[in-house]
Design a protein around this ligand. Structure first.
Ligand SMILES: [Zn+2]
Ligand SMILES: [Zn+2]
Length: 131
C-alpha cells in the first residue's frame, strides 16, 4: 500500500476514479453536506474560510471506493474527505511524498493528519518569518 500520489506501480485506480461521474456527484454531495453542517467552508490546512470553487477534496480514505465491472462506486463517508486549497493540498501531498514512513508505513488517514500538522507548522513558521 502506498499513500504516494503517483505510486510506482502505476496505479490508475485513483486517477480513473477522480475523473468519473460517480466522483463528481460524490464531491457535489460532500460540499452540500458540509455547507449544511458548518455554514461556511474552510480549508482544513490553513483554516481560512473559502468558497467552493477555491477548494479541492482530499481523500483521507479510499477504502469505500469500489469498482464493479468498470463502474465506480463512491461509498465514501463524509469524514473520508476534507477540503483544501489547491496549494495547501499540494503541500500535504508533498509532505507525504517526501517522508518514506508516511508514504509507505502509515495508513492514509494517519499520514494525512500528520501531514496537515506539519503543513500548519510550516505555514505558521513562514508567517512568523515574514512579520
Ligand atoms: Zn488552505
Ligand atoms: Zn489529496
Amino acid at each position: 500500500m502506498s499513500n504516494g500520489r503517483r505510486p510506482a506501480t502505476g496505479n490508475r485506480y485513483r486517477t480513473g476514479y477522480l475523473r468519473s461521474p460517480a466522483w463528481f456527484r460524490r464531491r457535489d454531495q460532500w460540499f452540500t453536506e458540509q455547507t449544511a453542517r458548518t455554514e461556511e467552508l474552510r480549508c482544513v490546512v490553513c483554516w481560512q474560510v473559502a468558497v467552493r470553487r477555491d477548494l479541492e477534496l482530499h481523500h483521507l480514505d479510499y477504502r469505500r471506493v469500489a469498482c464493479d465491472r468498470g463502474r465506480w462506486r463512491a461509498g465514501e463517508e463524509h469524514e473520508d474527505l476534507c477540503a483544501m486549497h489547491p496549494g495547501c493540498h499540494e503541500l500535504v501531498h508533498g509532505i507525504i511524498e517526501a517522508d518514506p514512513v508516511l508514504r509507505r508505513h502509515r495508513s492514509r488517514p494517519i499520514a494525512t493528519v500528520h501531514a496537515i500538522r506539519v503543513a500548519r507548522a510550516r505555514r505558521a513558521a513562514h508567517a512568523e518569518a515574514q512579520s
